[in-house]
Write a protein that binds this ligand. Sequence first.
Ligand SMILES: Nc1nc2c(ncn2[C@@H]2O[C@H](COP(=O)(O)OP(=O)(O)O)[C@@H](O)[C@H]2O)c(=O)[nH]1
Ligand SMILES: [Mg+2]
Length: 241
Amino acid sequence: MVAIYNYGYVAKLIIIGDMGCGKSSLLRQFTEDTFSEKTNHTIGVEFGTKVIDIDGERVKIQAWDTAGQEDSLSVERFRSVTRSYYRGSIGTIFVYDITNRESFDGLDKWMTDARQLTAPHSIFVLVGNKADQEARRVVSYEEGEAYARQNDMLFVEASAKTGEKVDSTFLTLASKIIQLVKDGVVDPMAPDSGVQSKKPQDALAAAAASASSSAAKNNPRAVQVNSSNPSRFSLGTGGCC
Ligand SMILES: Nc1nc2c(ncn2[C@@H]2O[C@H](COP(=O)(O)OP(=O)(O)O)[C@@H](O)[C@H]2O)c(=O)[nH]1
Ligand SMILES: [Mg+2]
């Protein structure tokens, strides 16, 4: 039986960065259009989802929101927990706080894991959050942009508070992901690719392919006979088709 979904693809993302830079707030602004001055610390890993329309496709974004701890012991413990989430993601959103220099300096440690553990074609986005706090800014736009350029990332300054550039960041990322699928770089039928097709026609094609390969495995003679007797195709026709 083929399940019917109201979206064609599920794309898995991971959101990383130091504690307090606004990861959970960005995700909540995207999924629920809300912002709170007081947020609870994320414990472990949580996730949010939203279905969006992009380039003629309905895509369910499933974003893993991680807990970034401040002290080095927790960072180490936490990093080992999140490592497993990188593997199944197709996009990584790195967040820093434009009013907090340490959160910007901390990007390198997140980058190390992300580079090692994500697929080579995985898309990286750098978000300088809290753009509404211009008076408290300590990291310039140019610094953020340069870091993104050096590390082959998209770059945006956003505000989870006002919603500025939040939806557009997720939409741009989703659009790049769908392009990877359309270009054949990512296989949406491979379980760990970070994008899964939920289209009935893809499920049917996969089921048919697996049925024919298991039929061939169960009955190797049938394959042998056919392939060693090509002339049977011309029987009765007097020629070849
Ligand atoms: N002014 C402002 N505050 C923000 C913004 N994003 C998050 N915050 C605040 O920053 C604090 C930490 O946010 P949170 O989402 O929990 O950060 P996380 O630890 O990275 O998940 C909270 O008090 C939020 O209200 C933003 O864009 N602008
Ligand atoms: Mg959080």
